[in-house]
Design a binder for this molecule. Structure first.
Ligand code: DX5
Ligand code: ZN
Length: 221
């Protein structure tokens, strides 16, 4: 397997919302590469979370890449607002929309990196017709909506298959995984399968030994 540069993306869904600015700064100082920001609408997933105003509010606390994961049934009207708020990568879900090409074009036209997420039950073939538009592919390793869930092990062969697809494009597309990622167990297996961006909420923000230790341990995967 080729040596890959592993990027760590703390998911602020597990942070203390009362201290979000200082927590974003703390994980940035502790070595995070991306700050993963989960936006949920209560329709696409059964939970509500963060919007563009919050992204703008925490932007001054970090110069890291803001990796915005939109779990929205209708993302299109919100793409300009997230772009203006300071997102660097905007990821939408393949399942949300029968007009993915249009949605991905909107992200590109907003001057942002383009991400596409696929749920555990979504076949990877959905990527084929639009892979040339993508800078990042997010393979969900849980059903989205909540932090603290268990990694679904059957996602490992899916990660390998997506890595194969990326290799065939000859382009440098990030392969991100999200959900149930921990240093000793799931992270090494996922990296071995081909993941290079590891999202972790609980694994970093609730780590007993602190952020820096957790981020280093994940990177060592
Ligand atoms: C869930 C979110 C994740 C979540 C991961 O829908 O997309 O980013 O925060 O949480 P952990 O790392 O706790 O599984
Ligand atoms: Zn996420």
């Amino acid at each position: 397997m080729a040596e890959r540069n592993i990027k760590i993306a703390p998911s602020i869904l597990s942070a203390d919302f009362g201290q979000l600015g200082s927590q974003v700064k703390a994980v940035s100082d502790a070595g995070a590469d991306y700050i993963h920001i989960d936006a949920m609408d209560g329709h696409f997933v059964p939970n509500l979370s963060l919007g563009p105003d919050l992204v703008a509010a925490i932007r001054p606390y970090s110069d890291k890449v803001f990796d915005v994961h939109l779990m929205l049934e209708k993302p299109d009207p919100f793409i300009p607002a997230f772009a203006k708020a300071g997102a660097d990568i905007i990821t939408v879900h393949a399942e949300c929309n029968p007009h993915l090409h249009r949605t991905l074009t909107l992200i590109k036209d907003a001057g942002k990196k383009v991400g596409l997420a696929i749920n555990p039950s979504t076949p990877i073939e959905v990527l084929t017709p639009i892979i040339d538009q993508l800078d990042l592919i997010l393979v969900m390793t849980i059903n989205p909506g909540f932090g603290g869930q268990k990694f679904i092990p059957t996602m490992l062969p899916k990660i390998s298959a997506v890595r194969q697809m990326i290799t065939e494009t000859g382009r440098d597309i990030d392969l991100e995984i999200d959900g149930g990622v921990y240093p000793e167990t799931t992270a090494p297996a996922a990296v071995k399968a081909g993941a290079n961006v590891l999202v972790s909420g609980t694994g970093i923000f609730k780590a007993e030994e602190g952020y820096e230790h957790a981020i280093r341990a994940l990177r060592a995967a």
